[in-house]
Design a protein around this ligand. Structure first.
Ligand code: PLP
Length: 256
């Protein structure tokens, strides 16, 4: 069985973060492992509190895994602080980690800042060692300073982000009003991946699920392009299978 590591934050209500990552990996038939960078106290209505792990315990978790187990792919999600990001980058380079997917998590749908603003430069450094980075439109705007409205703007942002050293960029269009077309920049070619908006409020954990799916498919040996196409299908089904939970925004559904 292929082994996939998520380095991210815990979501107590189980819809996003580490919990979404492990559910996705399980559904896709790979073995999921986790390095926890932060614990969030959150429910379907929002994030109440966050406790960052220390950089030392993040390092210790990474060391524990890489000194024992062969890791086939790594997904990085909520990484919180500049100090934690520096440790992750240094350790992944040290262990020559392969197939790295960075989901540049910044702000939750409920508006909570999951990444400290001063960590943006470190995050760009982490992106530089990745095989693919998967920003949504607001994240791509922060990374590039561009205002993104049209598909052409998404392509320009992708070209801008690729200059950071990452091998490929997937700009997710889900934040646009009328469609959910994504743009992949891969080996100097653009791939437009059409997607239509699904009528639901229950979209908690979409970004985490998509990036974990990409890491899982890469681990199984699919190319970046194939992994992204398979993962677009997975997240579309998961949003179609989303459900109400609690009083707020429910999670996507992981169907096997
Ligand atoms: N909580 C954690 C730990 C996350 O990693 C993320 C997103 O990556 C979120 C919350 C936000 O999820 P959403 O914006 O889908 O509600």
């Amino acid at each position: 069985m292929k082994k996939v590591l998520t380095i991210a934050g815990s979501d107590s209500c189980g819809g996003a973060g580490i919990q979404a990552d492990i559910k996705t990996m399980d559904a896709l038939g790979v073995y999921g492992m986790s390095v926890i960078c932060a614990v969030t106290a959150q429910n379907t209505m929002g994030v109440e509190d966050v406790q960052d792990m220390t950089p030392d315990i993040v390092r210790a978790q990474i060391d524990a895994i890489f000194t024992d187990i062969e890791v086939d792919a790594v997904k990085i999600g909520m990484v919180s602080s500049p100090e934690i990001i520096r440790v992750i980058k240094e350790r992944l380079i040290f262990y020559k980690a392969k197939k790295i997917v960075v989901d540049p998590v910044m702000v939750s749908k409920s508006g909570y800042h999951l990444l400290k603003k001063k960590a943006i430069d470190e995050l760009k450094g982490l992106i530089s060692i990745a095989d693919i980075v998967t920003p949504n439109i607001p994240e791509a705007e922060v990374l590039t300073g561009l205002n993104i409205i049209t598909e052409e703007d998404m392509k320009n942002a992708a070209k801008n982000i690729i200059k950071m050293g990452v091998k490929s960029v997937l700009i997710k269009g889900g934040h646009r009003c009328n469609d959910a077309t994504d743009i992949l920049l891969y080996k100097e070619n653009f791939l437009v991946i059409p997607g239509k908006k699904i009528d639901t409020e229950n979209t908690h954990g979409t970004g985490c699920t998509l990036s974990s799916s990409i890491a899982s498919q890469l681990a199984k040996g699919f190319s970046i392009k194939e992994s992204v196409i398979l993962s677009k299908k997975y997240i579309t089904k998961a949003i179609e299978n989303s459900f109400a939970l609690g009083k707020g925004v429910g999670p996507v559904g992981h169907l096997i």
